[in-house]
Design a protein around this ligand. Sequence first.
Ligand SMILES: Cc1cc2nc3c(=O)[nH]c(=O)nc-3n(C[C@H](O)[C@H](O)[C@H](O)COP(=O)(O)OP(=O)(O)OC[C@H]3O[C@@H](n4cnc5c(N)ncnc54)[C@H](O)[C@@H]3O)c2cc1C
Length: 476
Amino acid sequence: MLLTGWGRSAPSRAEVARPAGTDDLMAVIARATAAGLPVLARGLGRSYGDAAQSGGGVVVDMTGCSETIAWDAGSGRLRAQAGLSIDSLLRWSVPQGWFVPVTPGTRHVTLGGALAADVHGKNHHRDGAFVGAVESFTLLTAAGPRTVDREHDPSVFWATAGGMGLTGVVLDLALRLLPIETSSMIVETERAHDLDACMSAMTDRDEDYRYSVAWVDCLARGATLGRSVLTRGDHARLGDVEDRSDRQFGQLVRRRRDGSDAARDPLQFSPRQIASVPFTPVVSPLTALTVSAFNEAWYRRAPRSRRRTVEGISGFFHPLDAVGDWNRLYGPHGFTQYQFVVPFGAEDVVRAVIEALSRERCPAFLAVLKRFGPADEAPLSFPAEGWTLAVDLPLTVPGLGAMLDRFDERVVEAGGRVYLAKDGRIRADVFEAMYPRLGEWRSVREALDPDGLFVSDLGRRLGLVGRQQVVSGSAP
Ligand SMILES: Cc1cc2nc3c(=O)[nH]c(=O)nc-3n(C[C@H](O)[C@H](O)[C@H](O)COP(=O)(O)OP(=O)(O)OC[C@H]3O[C@@H](n4cnc5c(N)ncnc54)[C@H](O)[C@@H]3O)c2cc1C
């Protein structure tokens, strides 16, 4: 099969196996080893670039390994197979009063993919990245299954978090869920008229909220450069969604935005996809003109001053999941996401990137700004204390490669880095400059996988694994 990431570019051809369980998976890997083929685990393919593909190798689709193995409803401790998606997990756990402690902007990722990328959510400044909730996991290494926990096998534990599938296949993992009283969110929304106003509002008050994110209009210019809509909140307590007036912010909080009665079933959770993009248009409708019009409407729709509402989990965390296959909107050439982090104090880099996107009229449809808390111990984990900006960009933007190379230079100079789960283009030398603990990670990987069984296109491109020829095909 030809495989791509969510950005639908740079396809490569691999044999895809979808084992139905661990025994089946071990047999697939034994066969690949005997045939001398490289192996890579793949989850739901939501990484944007070439992380979940391995040209000429065997790609193991983990979505058939999605059983719950053990569950303690008292403590919220769960052991599940790595192919379980956050979507399936939440549909099962939210009605019981438990939430996943860290969720990315889509529910359609597997637990294995979340650990391999050490994903972050809107709560990194409070709760850190995904691995923070993981107690242990079973890793199928080149030498066989290995139980890995943070206390007794720390180097393999931390090399696998953020290790992008290159230490082996995560078979199952044990994690702690977060108790919640309702499936609603108390959300505060406000506009910021420019980038400085946005950053200072986030700096001043992010600590008051568990979750915080700003949507940034990267096409605004002049005095409104970087104008934003801030959305911050926390899980609603039972008392928050009772049928009563809450006049704290001069607003009546009786009903959710969608009009449903939040008090009737406080833990109800049944998210729905309301539409999907049925085919890939020959020409993408996402141009500077249409994106600029959307941005204007989105900004105007947000309240001028802070407004408090009650929203559902999916609207707050995973709004894009309401539309299936939305990545097709970028047309046959696909898109990339440029996500970087720079330390606090390097706000000028964030500004320079937004200025360039605005100046070049790049149709940057979904741009989000967040503040990260301290990094964890994983050498290849992306989050580090500072500002992170993520921007979706069509690959048809003239001069895009050169512009992103210039951004990379600024990011490196500032001591920042780009996110591997979103990347499909960075150069190996730039990557090495961004991840100074790469040598430490390499030595753990080489000890675990001396013959280079686990290989991805991303790993070859960045020199993380021995280079082999990528068998490419045409765009799907
Ligand atoms: C709309 C959207 C929003 C997103 N928002 C965020 C966000 O807010 N924060 C964030 O951090 N990320 C975000 N992402 C990126 C996404 O969370 C990560 O790319 C995640 O890794 C995808 O999981 P997956 O199951 O689809 O894995 P895949 O994309 O299939 O694979 C990703 C990597 O994980 C490895 N892998 C998968 N399963 C296993 C396994 N069982 N064992 C070992 N390795 C494995 C693969 O080899 C690959 O290297 C977003 C992506 C999309 C499309």
